[in-house]
Write a protein that binds this ligand. Structure first.
Ligand code: ZN
Length: 56
């Protein structure tokens, strides 16, 4: 399994993409925190060893 995640390449953090209410809230917070950074949806396998899970 190789899910898509949203990653910030500047800060080397990512969040799991999740359609739930909590997931949407987290994604909004992530977007606002990393506004102006290189944020991109990528395959988890591409970043898993290098990036850390974002904790609000
Ligand atoms: Zn960032």
């Amino acid at each position: 399994m190789n899910p898509l995640v949203k990653a910030c390449h500047n800060c080397k953090v990512y969040i799991n993409l999740d359609a739930s209410y909590e997931g949407q809230k987290l994604e909004k917070a992530f977007d606002s925190k990393h506004r102006g950074h290189m944020v991109q949806v990528v395959q988890f396998a591409e970043i898993k060893d290098k990036y850390k899970l974002y904790e609000p």
